[in-house]
Design a protein. Structure first.
Length: 121
């Protein structure tokens, strides 16, 4: 994973999504899938299964886990040259030019343009 990838806010987002679904995060941590960073979360419902056709499950809590992966949407332009500004091609859109010699943090597009988040399992 990148050395500046902290995932700040990822655990809070997982907790909030679980709470919205009357569940609790019982396991959480960073992971990597096919070279892409991500997070794996395990949740458990706060309520029991209740009446069921399967004997002995009435007092059981449902558990689930999922892995969200962060994948780049962009590639470096085919004519990359370390002496010129970097050109990113993102999902076939217009090129995004980044000049390291004249760079301001606000020059980058929104993270959703640069990266996609999807479930890996």
């Amino acid at each position: 994973m990148g050395d500046r990838f902290t995932g700040a806010g990822a655990r809070g987002a997982a907790d909030a999504l679980a709470a919205d679904n009357d569940a609790t995060v019982i396991g959480f941590g960073p992971t990597e899938v096919n070279g892409h960073p991500g997070f794996r979360a395990e949740i458990e419902t706060r309520y029991t299964v209740g009446d069921s056709i399967i004997p002995g499950t009435e007092s059981k809590h449902a558990k689930a886990d999922a892995t969200a992966v962060i994948a780049p949407r962009c590639d470096v332009g085919p004519e990359a040259d370390p002496d010129r500004p970097v050109e990113l091609i993102c999902d076939g859109g217009d090129p995004i030019e980044i000049d390291p010699d004249d760079f301001e943090p606000g020059d980058l597009p929104d993270a959703s343009v640069l990266f996609a988040v999807h479930l890996a399992d």
